[in-house]
Design a protein around this ligand. Structure first.
Ligand SMILES: *[C@@H]1O[C@H](CO)[C@@H](O)[C@H](O)[C@H]1NC(C)=O
Ligand SMILES: *[C@@H]1O[C@H](CO)[C@@H](O)[C@H](O)[C@H]1NC(C)=O
Ligand SMILES: *[C@@H]1O[C@H](CO)[C@@H](O)[C@H](O)[C@H]1NC(C)=O
Ligand SMILES: *[C@@H]1O[C@H](CO)[C@@H](O)[C@H](O)[C@H]1NC(C)=O
Length: 443
C-alpha cells in the first residue's frame, strides 16, 4: 500500500505516475516476447497470427459510487459542506483513499482498444472491486457480483477476445469480504464461473474447487492463474501449506504437477497471481510454509518459468529467486528494496525474476520456436491523473522501456544479474532509474 507520505510526494511532484486511480497506480506493462526478429509470424501451432505482445494490468478497483467534485475525505462518495473541499477529480484523486471512477476505466479500456488490439493476451492480476472502507456504504454480495460483471463488460466491449485472451486472477478485494476466502467449492467460484463465461476461459473443476486455472496460449506457452488468497497470511479462513488438506497445499500440489507436465511437454509458463510472496517492505505476505514451498517450486522449475506477475502493492518492484551458494537446490527470495539497495551477497546466482506491477503494463515475448515465451522487453505506461483532471482528458504516456532503462539486451536472469551488479553503485543509472520508477514517477 502507498503510505500517505508517498502520495504527498506524488502530489508535490510535477511528474506523475502510471495510471493512478485513487491512491493506487494502475500500471500498464507491455511485454514483448523476442518479437523484434520474429514479429507477426504466423504461429505454427494454431494458425493464429501472433504479435508476441501481451499486457499486464492490475488493481482496477472500480468504484461505482465515486463522485467527481466531491470530498476525498469521504472516499469521494459525498459532497462537503464547504465547496472548496469538493476537490475529487474526474479521473481519480491522488493522495486519497478514493478508488477508481468510471472515467478512469473508460480511458484505460479505450487506450487498450486503440493501442493493443494486436496483443495476444492480457494478464489481469485482480482487485476489480472498490475497497470496503466507507462505513456509510455497505458492501452487499450484489455489489460484488455487479462489480465483477462491470469489468467483464469493459473487457468484452473493448477487446476482440478471439484475438486477445483476457486472463484474470483473484485479488484480495474480489471476495464477499475483504481478505477472506474459504476453501472451495464455494459460491464465489460458482458465481465467477458464470460471470467470466464470456471470456471463454479454461475454468475446469480446478477453478470450481480452488479458484486457480491453467490457460494455454498454444502448445508452447501456458499461463497459470494462481489463487494467492490460499497462500495469504491475512486470510483467516485457511491453514498453512504444511497442513496436507489446506487449500494452499492442494493448490501447490496441482502447481507442481502442472510444472512437471509443462517441462515434459516442452512448454514454458507464465505465472499470474494477485499477491506477491514478499510485500512492499520485503516481509512475507504468504504463510511461512506456503512461501517456503512455493519458492522451492519456482527454483526447481525456473528454466521453464518465463515470468511471474503480481500486483497488490501498487509498486513497480523486482524480486529475484536465487539459489543458495552453499546448499545446492535451496532457493531464496531477494527483494530489491528501494530503501536498502542491492547488497553484495544477494546478487549472485539469480535464477528467476518476479515482476510486480503498479497498475497497467505491456510486454513482449519470444515467438521463435525454441525461445517461445521468453520475455524480451517491456514498456511501462502511465497516466498523470492530476494533469488529466486539469485538462479534462487522459493522456497515456510511456514511462520507460525496460531494455533502455536498464541497458539490457533481453530480460534473462544473467542479464539481470549484471544490472544488479551495476546497481550496487548508488550513483549508477540503473539504480537511479529503479528508484524513480518504483512509485511511477518520470520526467
Ligand atoms: C460542493 O459543496 C457544496 C456545499 O458548499 C454542495 O452544495 C455542492 O453540492 C457540492 N458539490 C459541488 C459539485 O460543488
Ligand atoms: C451465485 O451462486 C449462488 C449459489 O449457487 C446462486 O444461488 C446465485 O444465483 C449465483 N448468482 C449469480 C449472479 O450467478
Ligand atoms: C485446461 O487446463 C487443463 C489442466 O487443468 C489442461 O490439461 C488443458 O490443456 C487446459 N486447456 C486449455 C485450453 O488451456
Ligand atoms: C557459504 O559458505 C562460505 C564458506 O563456508 C561462507 O563464507 C559464506 O558465508 C556462506 N554463504 C552463505 C550465503 O551462507
Amino acid at each position: 500500500m502507498w503510505t500517505s507520505f508517498n502520495i504527498v510526494m506524488w502530489l508535490s511532484s510535477i511528474f506523475m505516475s502510471r495510471i493512478i486511480w485513487n491512491s493506487e497506480a494502475i500500471p500498464l506493462d507491455v511485454y514483448d516476447f523476442h518479437s523484434t526478429q520474429h514479429s507477426f509470424q504466423i504461429n505454427e501451432f494454431n494458425n493464429k497470427e501472433i504479435s508476441g505482445k501481451f499486457l499486464h494490468i492490475t488493481d482496477l478497483h472500480l468504484d461505482p459510487y465515486y463522485l467527481p467534485n466531491s470530498n476525498p475525505k469521504k472516499y469521494c462518495h459525498r459532497y462537503a459542506k464547504k465547496s472548496k473541499k469538493n476537490k475529487s477529480g474526474k479521473f481519480g484523486t491522488l493522495g486519497s483513499d478514493c478508488d477508481s471512477p468510471y472515467a478512469l476505466l473508460d480511458s484505460t479500456f479505450s487506450f487498450l482498444k486503440e493501442n493493443f488490439h494486436d496483443a495476444d493476451f492480457i494478464i489481469y492480476t485482480g482487485d476489480s472491486l472498490r475497497h470496503d472502507r466507507d462505513s456509510k456504504i455497505p458492501f452487499p454480495n450484489d455489489d460484488v457480483i455487479s462489480g465483477h460483471k462491470s469489468i467483464v463488460k469493459y473487457v468484452t466491449e473493448s477487446l476482440d477476445l478471439s484475438k486477445t485472451k483476457f486472463i484474470p486472477t483473484l485479488g484480495n478485494n474480489d471476495e464477499w469480504e475483504h481478505n477472506q476466502l474459504e476453501g472451495g467449492p464455494n459460491t464465489l467460484f460458482e458465481n465467477l464461473t458464470q460471470i467470466w463465461a464470456p471470456l471463454n476461459l479454461n475454468l475446469t473443476s480446478e477453478f470450481a474447487n480452488g479458484g486457480y486455472f491453467r490457460q494455454d496460449i498454444n502448445s508452447k506457452l501456458s499461463v497459470f492463474s494462481l489463487n494467492s488468497m490460499y497462500f495469504y497470511e491475512s486470510n483467516d479462513q485457511i491453514k498453512d501449506c504444511d497442513q496436507i488438506n489446506s487449500p494452499g497445499a492442494i493448490q501447490l500440489k496441482w502447481f507442481k504437477n502442472q510444472l512437471k507436465n509443462a517441462r515434459q511437454e516442452g512448454r514454458r509458463v507464465l505465472i499470474a497471481q494477485h499477491i506477491p510472496p514478499l510485500d512492499s517492505d520485503g516481509e512475507s505476505s504468504f504463510l511461512p510454509q506456503c512461501e517456503e514451498k512455493f519458492v522451492q517450486l519456482l527454483g526447481e522449475f525456473a528454466e521453464i518459468i518465463s515470468g511471474h506477475f503480481t500486483g497488490h502493492t501498487n509498486l513497480d518492484t523486482l524480486t529475484f529467486v536465487t539459489e543458495s551458494e552453499n546448499i545446492s537446490g535451496k532457493y531464496n527470495l531477494y527483494y530489491l528494496d528501494k530503501d536498502e539497495g542491492p547488497s553484495k551477497k544477494s546478487t549472485d546466482n539469480i535464477i528467476l525474476i518476479l515482476n510486480n506491477a503498479p497498475s497497467i503494463i505491456p510486454g513482449k515475448y519470444s515467438t521463435s520456436s525454441k525461445m517461445f515465451g521468453v520475455l524480451s522487453d517491456y514498456i511501462q505506461y502511465y497516466l498523470d491523473i492530476n494533469k488529466a483532471n486539469e485538462i479534462g482528458r487522459a493522456e497515456w504516456k510511456i514511462e520507460y522501456i525496460a531494455s533502455e532503462a536498464y541497458d539490457m539486451k533481453q530480460l534473462s536472469p544473467s542479464e539481470w544479474a549484471k544490472v544488479l551488479d551495476e546497481m550496487k553503485s548508488d550513483q549508477s543509472e540503473s539504480w537511479q532509474n529503479y528508484l524513480k520508477f518504483v512509485t511511477v514517477s518520470s520526467e
